[in-house]
Design a protein around this ligand. Structure first.
Ligand code: HEM
Length: 359
């Protein structure tokens, strides 16, 4: 114990560890009926760390380009525990996106986007978009049949944007077809460009949380200060966060080992697309909106209209801190809550509808 304490003193004299400890202890986390929602940002962070670690392990054997499928086959069937790492990476990607959605809606309904947390909201939205592009680009990398056709279908989403849509889709594909050039591009995006955007943005997001602390929901804010309870972040809340991480790890371990991620057949552009091909679940809502508009208003105009409406909705969602600013509890605040409920319902209904329409 004495040895540990002298090592700490030695390091503290050189690195100023005590200052860091005081900084962490200064932040307090509010305790109230809705405190459980504060865990979801941390859970998203946990899955991101899993992605970084398993992603680097996959990089040891994965080869993009013409060898994409063969190297993924080796990882899945020949490399010791390769299947588990690949399965954990695929499951954690989905769990991360699900956790971010829960985090975003809970932050929304707690009105944590209000002054001074606007940049937390905006940086979070960009993190979500980057994470969805991570998912989309990663999905193609094994170059199996499912990934190939799902990417083709997925690229119909930007393709339906008027004027620039076709150019974007061709640029992303690296030509008119999805092939090994697309894999090479997606690989560069997935392991270089997106992490280079994501990591500094995440640092900014977390720094803002440290700076402003956690927001309390309006009902709690209305209480007199003496009735509001809080606990120190370090070590009290951090221990609870870590307990959540342990639960998240268990869920991931169970899913990855009991339902190993499938590989399937190699992509073959000459074969017809299997029936019911569709993008990943988090794109199903926009996929369904496009499909519906295409049916209601036949021709390219229908899909373009759907895409424009979807983009407008996203822009309104992004700008919510400007419509519902701090300290307001009247009409506007109520409309913001209705907008959130409407957005959540549209997402759920169109996603379920999209899956039901496949059968
Ligand atoms: C990779 C994605 C993300 C990670 C790792 C992440 C991480 C975190 C963490 C650890 C916190 C502090 C704990 C908490 O309140 O849950 C937090 C808070 C926050 N996040 Fe995120 N976040 C992500 C995405 C998002 C998204 C998509 C949004 C909304 C569009 C968002 C908006 C916010 C806001 C406004 C806060 C402050 C909440 C408060 O004051 O109570 N974040 N985030």
């Amino acid at each position: 114990m004495k040895a540990l304490s002298s090592i700490y003193t030695w390091a503290d004299e050189r690195l100023g560890l005590d200052d860091l400890l005081h900084f962490a202890q200064k932040k307090r986390v509010p305790e109230h009926a809705h405190s459980a929602w504060y865990y979801w940002g941390g859970i998203s962070l946990f899955f991101f760390l899993v992605q970084a670690i398993t992603g680097v392990l996959l990089l040891i054997y994965y080869r993009p380009g013409p060898d994409a499928f063969e190297s993924t086959r080796q990882i899945t069937y020949e490399i010791h525990f390769g299947w588990l790492i690949r399965s954990a990476h695929s499951w954690a990607a989905n769990l991360m996106i699900a956790a971010i959605f829960v985090h975003m809606f809970s932050v929304f309904f707690m009105k944590a986007y209000r002054k001074p947390r606007e940049f937390g909201w905006w940086s979070g939205m960009v993190l979500l978009l980057v994470t969805m592009v991570f998912g989309f680009s990663g999905y193609l990398l094994p170059m199996n049949e499912l990934a190939f056709f799902a990417t083709k279908v997925g690229l119909d989403i930007p393709n339906s944007l008027p004027v620039i849509g076709h150019k974007i889709a061709t640029l992303v594909r690296g030509g008119p077809e999805v092939n090994e050039f697309t894999v090479q591009r997606f690989f560069a995006l997935h392991v270089v460009v997106l992490p280079a955007l994501f990591i500094p943005l995440l640092g900014f997001h977390l720094w803002l949380v440290q700076k402003h602390g956690n927001a309390v929901p309006p009902a709690e804010e209305a209480k007199p200060p003496a009735q509001r309870k809080s606990i120190p972040f370090f070590p009290n809340f951090m221990m609870k966060d870590l307990a959540m991480w342990l639960i998240a790890l268990n869920v991931l371990a169970l899913l990855a080992s009991m339902f190993p991620w499938d590989l399937g057949a190699p992509a073959d552009s000459l074969k017809p697309a299997p029936t019911g091909i569709h993008p990943e679940w988090y794109f199903m809502s926009s996929f369904q909106v496009l499909k519906l508009f295409g049916q209601w208003f036949p021709g390219a105009a229908g899909e373009a209209l759907g895409m424009i409406l979807f983009t407008l909705g996203l822009v309104m969602w992004f700008l919510i801190p400007l419509y519902d600013p701090s300290g307001k509890s009247g009409q506007r605040a109520r409309w913001a809550t209705y907008f959130g409920l409407f957005a959540l319902s549209i997402l759920l209904v169109t996603t379920i509808w999209a899956y039901a329409a496949l059968n």
